[in-house]
Design a protein around this ligand. Structure first.
Ligand code: NAP
Length: 496
């Protein structure tokens, strides 16, 4: 059985606690994917020390040279894409096309970072005084603590690690305990590419210990977190006390609206992929379907027919549409929401139960589930379930559709299917979300555009593309006065 160690200061080392934990396959709980270090606070502090020690060196390496190492690491991911996707499917349960996509996302992010090595643009501006230049530079910040979730085990760590390193920071990564193998492989690719030891460190173990230690350590200057709003709020609290820079990418409750003018077959493809892709375990998953009354009955009939025919099972089998959920606790949580939905008066149309018997017995499978007659105030209309559960609403107008869509605390992704140009334009204007899709599902972000949400989905930062570099850099403003006299801003004004 493969034993993975922590990566600290360029060495693969065991945890100081002497303890380990197992990473198991959610489709077949008998299969242990790997054994990982159950680290303690001391291991995190050693990793932060190593990152702190390397920071003065790494930040002086010219950005285009840092970028070269990231490019080599990305090429290693390209070569190993299929092998990495298979490992990820075994540890996370997503079907193979999706895990290939996850690795591809890391590849896209790596190549983008490579290009950014020769950009990292800043700006100059005229001074208000003569013989004086005013310039700005982006500077790295220091040690970054990255805490990541299990649903995108390589893509999300890559969104954080590549830009943080390119900008000249050093990093300590704490991956989700459900999926530490894929992120270990990302770290190995960077090691093989020649990243100096200590620049990137990797420590596994429980969030309540390893994650908390990163939050509390005074030498960690930035915390970048993706995960639940509950943990995100705790992170903001602790990191706020220590005045760390914090970026939070949190939960979602994403709506898809379908209007009468829509191409209904296309809207159907969109909602099935958006709601049941990744077994509904995406922050951008479609968890609410808002149907105009004129097409409601027809669309529901089409939807049930399609969902009945989804093939659920072994995610390594190329013909499978949907794999298991991540673990037993998550399956129980999904089922708890289903029970609440029934109790509050929503009508269960299909699914609503764990899948048992062959081939499901050894994994955490749950039937794709659809509720109708859902009212906006209900728990299943408001809270993130993070599983294959879709809540359907019937509305009379576009305005009502927007009201229902916006009536949640989250604001990550949103979608409308319509062939009416004005409706599409209004949706862009009215939907309260960081991302709006027209005639496409709520999932499917591209890595070179800003990614993130409003309201309780985050704290105003955007990952992806150029905007993520705002998280990992600070501005330095430089004034160069070559007048040879004392020129006092706001006091000595320019006169003809
Ligand atoms: P989670 O339970 O919040 O865990 C996320 C990470 O935080 C894990 O590494 C976890 O460690 C760690 N953690 C737990 N408690 C901690 C603490 N007290 N201090 C510091 N770290 C702690 O989330 P998840 O279940 O892995 O992921 C699902 C959530 O992520 C959903 O809400 C989803 O919407 C959100 N998500 C958001 C985005 C986005 O970009 N907006 C993208 C993907 C997912 P352990 O694994 O050891 O518990």
């Amino acid at each position: 059985m493969k034993v993975y160690k922590n990566y600290i200061g360029g060495e693969w080392v065991e945890a100081s606690t002497g303890e380990t934990f197992e990473n198991r396959n959610p489709a077949n709980w008998d299969e242990v994917v790997g054994v990982f270090q159950k680290s303690g606070k001391e291991d995190v502090y050693r990793a932060v020390e190593a990152a702190k020690k390397m920071y003065p060196h790494w930040k002086r390496v010219p950005a285009p040279k840092r970028a070269e190492i990231l490019r080599r690491a990305t090429e290693i991911l390209v070569e190993r894409k299929e092998e990495l996707a298979r490992l990820m499917t075994r540890e996370m349960g997503k079907i193979l096309p999706e895990t290939r996509g996850d690795v591809q996302e890391a590849i896209d992010t790596g190549f983008y970072a490579f290009g950014e090595g020769r950009r990292l643009f800043s700006f100059n501006t005229p001074s208000e005084l003569p013989n004086k230049f005013a310039l700005t530079f982006r500077r790295p910040i220091g040690v970054v603590g990255a805490i990541t979730p299990w649903n995108f085990p390589m893509a999300i760590p890559s969104w954080k690690i590549f830009p943080a390193l390119l900008a000249g920071n050093t990093v300590v990564l704490k991956p989700a305990s459900d999926t530490p193998a894929s992120s270990a492989e990302l770290v190995k690719a960077l090691e093989e590419a020649g990243l100096p030891g200590g620049v990137l460190n990797y420590v596994t173990g429980p969030g309540s210990i390893v994650g908390e230690a990163l939050l509390e350590n005074p030498d960690v200057r930035v915390i970048t977190f993706t995960g639940s709003s509950e943990v995100g709020s705790r992170i903001a609290e602790v990191a706020g006390k220590h005045l760390k820079k914090v970026s939070l990418e949190l939960g979602g409750k994403n709506p898809q609206i379908v209007m009468p003018s829509a191409d209904l077959e296309l809207a159907l493809d969109g909602v099935v992929w958006g709601a049941f892709g990744t077994t509904g375990q995406r922050c951008t998953a479609t968890s609410r379907l808002i149907l105009h009354e004129d097409i409601y009955d027809q669309f529901i009939e089409m939807l049930v027919e399609r969902v009945k025919n989804l093939k659920i099972g072994d995610p390594l089998d190329e013909s499978t549409d949907m794999g298991p959920v991540i673990n037993e606790k998550q399956r129980q949580n999904i089922h708890r929401y289903v029970e609440i939905g029934k109790k509050e008066g929503a009508r269960l149309l299909i699914g609503g139960h764990p899948l048992t018997g062959e081939p499901y017995d050894k994994g955490w499978f749950y039937a794709p589930t659809i509720f109708v007659d859902v009212e906006p105030h209900m728990t299943i209309a408001q809270e993130e379930i993070f599983g294959p559960v879709l809540a359907v609403f019937k509305v009379k107008s576009l305005e009502e559709a927007f009201e229902v869509a916006n009536n949640v605390q989250y604001g990550l992704s949103s979608s409308i299917y319509t062939r009416n140009l004005l409706e599409a334009m209004k949706a862009i204007e009215e939907l309260e979300a960081g991302i709006t899709y027209i005639n496409a599902p709520t999932i499917g972000a591209e890595t070179h555009l800003p990614f993130g949400g409003i309201k309780k989905t985050g704290n105003g930062h955007r990952e992806g593309g150029w905007t993520v570099y705002e998280i990992f850099t600070e501005w330095k403003t430089v004034y160069i006065d070559f007048s040879g006299t004392l020129q006092r801003a706001q006091i000595d004004t320019w006169e003809e």
